[in-house]
Design a protein around this ligand. Sequence first.
Ligand code: ADP
Ligand code: MG
Length: 242
Amino acid sequence: MIRIENLKKAFGKVTVLDGIDLSIEPGEVVSILGSSGSGKSTLIRCINGLERIDAGRITVDDFDVSNPKELAEARKRSGTVFQLFNLYPHLSALRNVTLAPVEVLKRNAAEAEKEGRALLESVGLGDRADAYPAQLSGGQRQRVGICRALAMKPRYLLLDEVTSALDPEMTAEVLEILADLTGRGTTMIFVTHEVAFARSISDRIVFLDQGRLLVDLPCETFFAEDGGMANARVAQFLSKMR
Ligand code: ADP
Ligand code: MG
């Protein structure tokens, strides 16, 4: 579904992604781990066409994201949730969820609203549909953000540290929603510092180090002493996280 070949990206003279090869199959849940600054967010932004790439190729369902026309097709298939609460402050929770389906996908407004309410219901926000972002807690806002991504019926979801700005209780409520999603066959690429959670939901773990893809292993192998842990950088990273 997503194929990345020899991806390179620099900001000025600083190489941030240095020859990444990664393929993701439909339905796979892949977590990307790595220290701060290793290039995880940049990788997500490249997949989404938010950064121009310097070399290599990224395709989503065979659409080349470097080509503006094909990028539009690729984006129709994706939903992205970022670390910061990037909801529209002047729109209700429900309107935040229905905006793109109506404006971008040209869905019928009443139908989009019905589905939007059902989505909010499914994340425990059925009674908060008319609240504005400022009236919601951080965890609630992030749950609205997830609904907004899901409202586009994406074939894959990109999630970049969606819980890192939340306190432990809110983190738990958002992770629970995400764990539910993994059972439904949506392809997910998940950047996270929640190592235990990544271990519990992922099919595969990818470890980035200084812009290079150091390890790409099935989840259980990644955490095995003679698997990912045999890599000194991975072992060091995990020892700090625990
Ligand atoms: P991560 O998400 O793993 O913490 P990032 O992808 O955000 O890492 O950043 C990787 C490197 O790229 C860092 O050194 C960061 O400072 C740099 N970087 C990211 N975005 C930009 C930008 N827009 N301009 C310049 N440098 C950037
Ligand atoms: Mg990041």
